[in-house]
Write a new protein. Structure first.
Length: 372
């Protein structure tokens, strides 16, 4: 089962790591491995959401999502999008950006380093909004209850996430942005650049969130219509079959999944800039990670065990929050890329361990109740 589901991911991992060694030696190997782990850890909740929706779709639309969808996810968001970010930030054409990355790495590194404040501000604010919206939402299951309960109460205030994000952006622009790190160790005033880039990050988040909400509403309408049809069939004495969604409903599901996948891919793409500015290593690491996310989605659907480790989603979002803070700090200060990558791994590992402990505790409680 595991080999059948993850076989392609294992093969691409081996090819990606070999390519990394040939490209940049063992240091590149380590960076690609960390990027792969980072992408998987940040996108685990994406896989869970995808699996929950994908299992409702018929076989045809599942294949569409796992074929066309993976082309969009891997080649579109993980490979093309980083080039576009660099091209826009450095004010050069995408072809020139790729050419510099391959043939003039010193100049490319200089351009990316000088553009890093705008990249970090854009990505940091996008990630921060994802984190804030998560922790301010009241959830039935809480991981760090002592922290999440009061935050959920505060979350009842409208637009609180946006207000906090704007305050953080203003403070970041006036502090880190006013003394932004540049190539060669110099520092310049880029407060205005940081402010504009951060606002664009907020707008991007709101647009993606708006589209996701639109498609989600469409799905709810289709599900309500299907439920009404089932009730009518019961009243008429006709057999009711649990048919997987197809047609219009499945089409909207597919669009919704792609918007969700695009929004989650920002995490890995933007977070990767906190680890390396090398577009080749970034493409290798994120591409391999994206394959595992798709394989994990299929595995969760086939196994039907989406709720076994309930704190993993929490750990992933705390990792997103940590990356947001790190990105904003790197506008002025350099942070070791391995430390940045390990932060997410530690948080995911901690949440997994907490989930395992919770499951064992519940098993003991159920056993004690049965004996009583």
């Amino acid at each position: 089962m595991v080999l059948k589901t993850f076989g392609w991911s294992f093969a691409i991992t081996a090819l990606g790591l070999v390519a990394a060694v040939l490209y940049g030696g063992w240091e590149a190997f380590g960076i690609v491995a960390i990027l792969c782990i980072l992408e998987i850890s940040l996108s685990f909740d994406n896989a869970v959401v995808n699996a929950g929706i994908l299992k409702k779709m018929n076989a045809f639309w599942q294949k569409i999502f796992l074929t066309i969808g993976i082309l969009i996810a891997v080649f579109g968001m993980r490979l093309v999008f980083p080039v576009v970010i660099v091209a826009i930030s450095a004010k050069i054409g995408p072809i020139e950006a790729v050419d510099l990355a391959m043939n003039d790495k010193d100049m490319y590194q200089q351009l990316v380093t000088d553009a890093h404040p705008s990249i970090a501000a854009f990505g940091g604010m996008f990630l921060l909004m994802i984190f804030l919206d998560f922790i301010f939402e009241d959830r039935d299951i809480k991981w760090l209850a002592w922290l999440e309960r009061p935050l959920a109460k505060l979350g009842k205030v409208d637009m609180l996430s946006a207000c906090i994000a704007l305050i953080v952006l203003a403070v970041t622009a006036m502090t880190f942005g006013a003394n932004a790190h540049q190539h060669g160790g110099t520092h310049v005033d880029k407060a205005q650049t940081v402010l504009i880039s951060g606002i664009l990050g907020l707008i991007t988040y709101m647009v993606v969130g708006g589209l996701s909400g639109y498609f989600e509403n469409k799905l709810e309408e289709e599900e309500e219509a299907e439920h009404d049809a089932e009730e009518e069939a019961k009243k008429a004495g006709k057999p009711v079959s649990a048919v997987a969604m197809a047609g219009k409903a499945a089409f909207f599901m597919f669009l919704y999944l792609e918007v969700l996948d695009a929004s989650f891919s920002f995490d890995g793409v933007i977070g990767a800039f906190a680890i390396t500015n090398d577009i080749v290593l970034m493409a290798l690491g994120l591409g391999v990670g994206a394959m595992y996310v798709r394989s994990l989605t299929v595995y969760l659907v086939r196994q039907g065990t989406l709720d076994d480790y309930v704190y993993l989603e929490h750990g992933a979002h705390y990792a997103i929050g940590a990356l947001a803070v790190i990105l904003l700090i790197t506008i002025q200060y350099e942070i070791n890329e391995f430390i940045t990558g390990l932060v997410g791994v530690v948080l995911i590992g901690w949440s997994f361990w907490s989930s395992v402990r919770r499951n064992k505790r519940l098993e003991l409680e159920e056993g004690a109740a049965a004996e009583a």
